[in-house]
Design a binder for this molecule. Structure first.
Ligand SMILES: [Cu+2]
Length: 157
């Protein structure tokens, strides 16, 4: 085998290993790379992650909490009348069986309301996600800047 191809394959395997290290599993759900943007103390932070289901039945992300925030809400961003808006979704986020759902900028996200400390790039903080069927899972968010992300839309609650 060509040495360069071997090196690339090894590098990809190592990267995959790193990504796997920052994921969390519960009840047929795999929580991938929870991350959050930098935000000031007293402000609100947005959290993103993926949920990959290998479960035979649908589930639902119904809540979250974190010691860094007064409360955590599940929000959906959307464009309405040409303006970016966010809405709380107290009913939670549906996770269809056997599919991957992404919380990402411009879409569904977690809102860390009333930050008790600033979130700075490189910080890690714990959070608990609650799924209707799978139950509670402890995850860790890493704070990072997102390349090319749109500015946070104004909150209209
Ligand atoms: Cu929000």
């Amino acid at each position: 085998m060509n040495r360069r191809i071997l090196t690339l394959a090894l590098g990809a395997a190592l990267l995959a290993g790193v990504a796997q290290a920052h994921s969390f599993a519960i009840g047929g759900l795999d929580i991938g790379h929870p991350w959050s943007r930098p935000a000031p103390q007293g402000g609100n932070g947005a959290g993103f992650l993926s949920v990959t289901s290998t479960a035979p039945a649908p589930d639902r992300l119904v809540g979250a909490s974190s010691p860094v925030a007064g409360r955590v809400e599940i929000h959906e961003s959307m464009i309405m009348d040409g303006r970016a808006m966010m809405h709380p979704r107290p009913g939670g986020l549906p996770i269809p069986a056997g599919s991957k759902v992404e919380l990402k900028p411009g879409g569904w996200h977690l809102m860390f309301i009333g930050l008790k400390r600033p979130l700075a790039i490189g910080d890690r903080f714990p959070a608990t996600l609650t799924f209707q069927k799978a139950g509670k899972v402890q995850v860790e968010f890493v704070v990072q800047a997102s390349a090319g992300a749109a500015p946070m839309p104004e909150h209209k609650h």
